[in-house]
Design a binder for this molecule. Structure first.
Ligand SMILES: NC(=O)c1ccc[n+]([C@@H]2O[C@H](COP(=O)([O-])OP(=O)(O)OC[C@H]3O[C@@H](n4cnc5c(N)ncnc54)[C@H](O)[C@@H]3O)[C@@H](O)[C@H]2O)c1
Length: 333
């Protein structure tokens, strides 16, 4: 079987814990190269995961004809340029969220990906978490509109670049997009309106911008999804939780590890996974399969653009204090 050779762009904390481990375990993939602007980071990742080489030279990696797929996990202000360069070099792409920090850049990425006919997946893994897939299976039998709540609270070390508008773009754009995608995957109708309310909850030395908000999305079928994004959170409390209500059915998922479903069977159903699973493994496997079999990749350009666009509308709403209407054609790429 042909194996897909992977080059990693950015060898930092998250990709090392998830994408590198998952790529190493996946027989469809071979880890070929590690690139990072910090040589020591690329070198230690190459040693740990058995890559053929490490480099700080992006052009070396992108001109390596052996590499089929690049996995980009770098600070958010670099995603647009790296994706466009990778697409122009003919590489398939898994890029971590957010797609980009501006809508203009999202459109430019989409153009480059389409022009070069490469596969593109954005790292909105939550919709592929096993318990979310279990919830969706049950919800398929309930045609009623949905009311959904998702909490994403987090603790940040002082000065983390996420809260720097130039580098991270802030949590609403850079992490909210994950959840705006998740809500939109749980509702079988397009989003039509976004309203957000929030402010900076962290002290100024920890955050240079608005960092926390409650964002509500209304869907064309009357469903409503709300996301609580708290940055002044606590690391001992579970980061995420999802509650879904539809026509006398209820599903509650705690941190992608425990689920209770009520109203689907006579007795309440309880599922507990051996460990938190947010869907990273399945996401990479589906992308590998899409490359090998020339199929549509998971979390493709259209899905990437939908949640990115919602995140920019949320920022607009935070600024204006008003709800922002949207339609499918606004975020078509
Ligand atoms: N999908 C998820 O669940 C999830 C969770 C956490 C983080 N992430 C995303 O992963 C990405 C990386 O986050 P992290 O927490 O690992 O950050 P990090 O700071 O730990 O790692 C980033 C790495 O990128 C390197 N880097 C910076 N600029 C670069 C460039 N131009 N080219 C190559 N390398 C460069 C840095 O030296 C660093 O090693 C971000 O997009 C983040 O949003 C996703």
């Amino acid at each position: 079987m042909k194996q897909i050779k992977v080059g990693f762009i950015g060898s930092g904390g998250f990709t090392r814990k998830f994408h590198m481990v998952n790529a190493k375990e996946n027989t469809k993939l071979t880890i070929h190269a590690m690139m990072d602007v910090l040589e020591e980071t690329a070198k230690s990742a190459a040693e740990e995961f058995g890559a053929a080489y490490h480099t700080t030279d992006l052009d070396r990696l992108l001109s390596d004809g052996d590499i089929d797929l690049v996995i980009i996990a770098t600070p958010h202000n670099t995603h647009a340029e790296l994706c466009m360069k990778a697409a122009n070099a003919g590489k398939h792409i898994l890029c971590e969220k957010p797609m980009a920090l501006t809508w203009y850049d999202c459109r430019s990425i989409a153009e480059a990906v389409k022009k070069n006919n490469v596969k593109y997946t954005i790292g909105y893994n939550r919709g592929m978490a096993p318990l979310i897939l279990e919830a969706r299976k049950r919800l398929d039998s309930v045609p009623a509109k949905r009311m959904i709540y998702h909490r994403i609270q987090a603790y940040f070390s002082p000065g983390h670049w996420t809260h720097d508008p130039e580098i991270g773009g802030g949590r609403i754009v850079s992490e909210g997009c994950h959840i705006f995608d998740l809500l939109s995957e749980l509702v079988p109708a397009p989003p039509v309106c976004v309203y957000a309310s929030g402010s900076r909850f962290l002290p100024p030395e920890m955050s240079k911008m608005l960092d926390s908000a409650i964002v509500t999305i209304t869907y064309a079928d009357g469903s409503v999804g709300t996301t609580l994004i708290a940055s002044a959170g606590c690391k001992t409390f579970p980061k995420e939780a999802t509650e879904i209500y539809a026509d006398q059915h209820a599903i509650s998922i705690s941190n992608f590890v425990e689920m209770e479903c009520h109203g689907f069977a006579e007795e309440k159903e309880v599922m507990t996974l051996p460990a938190v699973d947010k869907g990273h493994k399945l996401e990479l496997d589906l992308l590998a399969e899409a490359i090998l079999e020339d199929k549509d990749p998971p979390n493709n350009l259209q899905k990437a653009a939908r949640a990115a666009y919602i995140s920019y509308c949320a920022m607009e709403s935070l600024d204006s204090g008003k709800a922002v209407p949207l339609k499918e054609s606004d975020y078509a790429v």
